[in-house]
Structure formats: C-alpha cells, structure tokens
Design a protein around this ligand. Structure first.
Ligand code: HMG
Length: 397
C-alpha cells in the first residue's frame, strides 16, 4: 500500500468557440449585470457538432500522456453526464485513440458533476494498492439547459484529463475525505431528454448546505488542522456559486473559534479570485468543472507554493458531495506550464448569438444514423469525423 498517491499530471480542453455574456444578455432582454455580476460569468464555451465528450477528453489527455503512461495505465475511467450511448463507454474510444495497452480496463462513471471525483477516488484506491501502475481519469461534459431558459447562462463545455500515480508531480492526496449523499431532485436529466431539468434556486441551496455539511465533518475530524488549508477549489456551475457557499459557511454554526473561521474564510475568498479565472470564461463543464477550478487556482494564484495544503469541494446534483485535501508537490508549477491555460482560452474565437443558437440546434444531428461532419480547415486536434449506422468514428488533424 502506498500512501503518497495523487495527481501526477492534469490538463483541460475547451472548444475553440465562445460567446460573450453581455451579448447573450442583450439577446435575452436581460440586464448584463445579472450574468456578469449576479452569476459572475464573462464568457461561455460553445461546442460545435464535430466535437463531443470523447474528442474533448482525448484533446485534454493528449497534452499529458507519454509512452511510459501508455504502458502503465491500467484503468481508463471516463466520468460524464453527457453520454451518447447507454452501453459502450466513452472510455473505450479514448483508450484506443490514445494508444493505451490492451491489458487496461475502460469504463464510464456517473453521478452528475460528482462523477469526476468518483472516478478520481476509484483511481486513487487502485494506485494505493498497485503503486507501480497508473490510472487515467477523464471528465468531460456539455452543459445544456436549452435556449431562453434560466439555466442558459450557466451552460458550457469542456474536459479534464488526469493521470494518477504514486509519485505525483502536482498534488498528493490525503486518504481521509468527507462526503454526503442526499437523495434530492435539484437537477436531473431523464434518459429521454437532451437537456437537463432543474429546480435552480433549490440547487443553489442544496450545494451550499452540502458544503457546510462536509465542512462540519472535516472540522470534527481534523479540528484546528483545518487552519493549514490555504485555498479551496470548487465545483463551479457558475463562479458566483463558490462565493455563495463561503458566505453560507460564515453564517453557519461551526465549532471553530469565530475569529479563526472569519480569517480562514477571508483567505479562501481571496484565493477564490484565482480559482474562478477559467470557469468565468468557460461556463459549467459539470464533471470537469472542479478540476478546471483546480488548474485555475494552481496556475493563476501567485501566493500558493509547494507544500501548501489545499481543499477540493466536489458537488453533484441529486446529490453527492465530497470535500478532500492534498498537498502541492515541489515543482508543480513547472508541470503545469506544459499544459493548457489562459493562453488557450484567449485564442478561442468569439461567435455571434445566432451562430451559437445554430450550433446548439445542430447537436440534434447526433441522432442521425449516417452523417459526415465538415470541419474548419484550421481545426487542430481530435474530432468526430462521421456517424455511420449509429457508430461514431473519430479522426485527428
Ligand atoms: P435566475 O432565477 O435566472 O437568477 O436563476 P436569479 O434571479 O437567482 O439571479 C441570479 C443572481 O443574479 C442573483 O444573485 C441575483 O441577485 C443576481 P444571488 O442573490 O443569488 O447572489 N442579479 C443581479 N445582479 C446584478 N445586477 C442585476 C441582477 N439581476 C439579478 N441586474 C440560476 C439563476 C443559477 C438558478 C439558474 O441559472 C439555473 O437554474 N442554473 C442551473 C442550475 C445551477 O447552476 N445550480 C447551481 C448549484 S447545483 C450544481 O452545482 C450542480 C450542477 O452543476 C449539475 C450537476 O451536478 O450535474 C448544476
């Protein structure tokens, strides 16, 4: 058994197109401040029809995988709630596209936005028991509520890929974590529906309540050790949600000395500015969101350093949540320099609201039995090339 497992490598991917939230607000006859201040969202990634969860996940993983990983990854775990197949897992495509050895297992996991964390935890357990081996966890989603809905400004698309090892170069993870299941209908997507159904205000409440619940469990177990936590990364359905959770915590009953709690929350609010930089420009990416927040925190904070302890709060509607902790490993910044960040977000192309609406409608083409997709000449990466008798075929360019 190895105790020192954690995230060895991590990268994210979000499609090349985005819309500006002020333009969306104008198109929806809404005060732009509701989106930019009320929800704290500036931009939203838009996915074209020739990309999907598999191509996004592969584009994230391609940034980090090397030949040593291809030989030592024993499990490919794909977390998503945007699955296009009830049987064949998205992980099987990724396994093939990345050239991972055939002795590896591949499967998909689901529990709303918590799925990525479920995959990660399963990966940690495997590597603890098999310290020489690795696990690839991919989390990818397309957040869809529908045009002209109240959830529309909280859509988005993206993926994260993480390699777990017993010699992590980024974050070593503590074995103890704090979780909660609460069977509720705050957000759900019945199998026949292409968009999510949501009780929006209740979902906000449940997120905040869940955060307080797992925080209280952590406080009970860790006591004053919690003071060592320098920053938190959050699941970000929209970035204001994390701020709302911290505000709810400052109003909640906890065992901590009030002054100490106020100081901790102030520090975490400060670090939150770094943890939300990417989420503000991408939108909700469901299972990938927490890990995009983690990357944003680690790449954009100028005060964190190796050895610092950070916390991660995972929330998935329905609902399951988990709070866990890890320590930043010496040299983590250099590892992160090699992968996607602000520069990639800056290089995206802004599209008009009518074009976004067209791409939104085009996703229904996925239900066709046969279709070839036309992709732009300047596109680089994995893409969905065609659907042939309901079978998906991917290509790389
Ligand atoms: P809404 O009813 O359209 O908006 O729904 P609102 O009236 O609640 O306003 C939003 C905020 O903007 C409020 O701030 C307003 O005060 C403010 P708050 O009071 O909450 O801090 N506001 C303004 N601010 C400045 N100037 C203005 C202005 N007008 C209003 N002029 C809602 C918003 C998020 C509910 C909706 O978009 C929605 O349903 N989204 C989807 C659900 C969601 O994101 N829930 C979050 C928690 S659940 C979760 O995280 C899980 C999830 O990721 C799914 C999964 O697990 O798979 C969603």
């Amino acid at each position: 058994m190895s105790n020192k497992v954690g995230i060895d490598k991590i990268a994210f991917y979000s499609p090349d197109y985005y819309i500006d939230m002020v333009e969306l607000a104008h198109a929806r006859d809404t005060d732009p401040n509701k989106y930019t201040i009320g929800l704290q969202q500036d931009k939203m990634s838009v996915i074209p029809v020739w990309e999907d969860i598999v191509s996004m996940g592969a584009n994230a993983a391609l940034q980090i995988i090397d030949d040593k990983d291809r030989e030592s990854i024993d499990q490919v775990i794909f977390a998503t709630e945007s699955s296009f197949d009830y049987s064949k897992s998205a992980a099987t495509y990724i396994h093939n596209m990345l050239g991972i050895h055939s002795g590896a297992k591949s499967f998909e996991v689901k529990q709303a936005c918590y799925g990525g964390t479920a995959g990660l935890m399963a990966g940690f357990d495997y590597v603890r028991a098999n310290p020489e081996r690795r696990v690839l966890v991919v989390a990818a989603d397309i957040a869809r509520y529908g045009l002209h809905t109240s959830g529309e400004p909280t859509q988005g698309a993206g993926a994260v890929a993480m390699i777990i090892s017993s010699e992590p170069k980024i974050l070593s993870i503590d074995a103890q974590s704090f979780s909660r299941t609460d069977d509720q209908y705050d957000f759900w997507r019945p199998s026949h529906s292409p968009v999510a159904l949501v009780d929006g205000h209740f979902s906000n409440q449940l997120y905040a309540d869940s955060f307080i619940n797992v925080f209280q469990q952590a406080e009970e177990a860790l006591g004053t050790d919690l003071n060592q936590v320098k920053a938190l990364a959050f699941h970000l359905p929209y970035t204001k949600m994390a701020k709302k959770a911290l505000t709810a915590l400052s109003d909640a009953e906890t065992k901590m000395d009030e002054k100490m709690r106020a100081r901790l929350i102030e520090d975490w609010q400060e670090q939150l500015n770094a943890a939300i930089v990417y989420g503000k420009q991408v939108g909700n990416t469901y299972t990938a969101s927490l890990y995009i927040s983690l990357m944003s925190l680690l790449k954009e904070s100028d005060s964190l350093k190796a050895g610092d302890k950070i916390g991660l709060f995972s929330y998935g509607s329905g609902s399951v949540s988990e709070l866990f902790f890890g320590n930043l490993v010496e040299g983590y910044q250099e590892q992160l320099e090699k992968v996607s960040g602000q520069k990639d977000l800056d290089e995206r192309l802004q599209i008009s609201i009518p074009d976004y609406e067209k791409y939104f409608g085009d996703r229904d083409l996925e239900y066709e039995a046969n279709i070839d997709f036309e992709i732009p000449t300047d596109y680089v990466g994995f893409y969905l090339a065609k659907i042939d008798e309901h079978r998906r075929y991917y290509d790389f360019k």
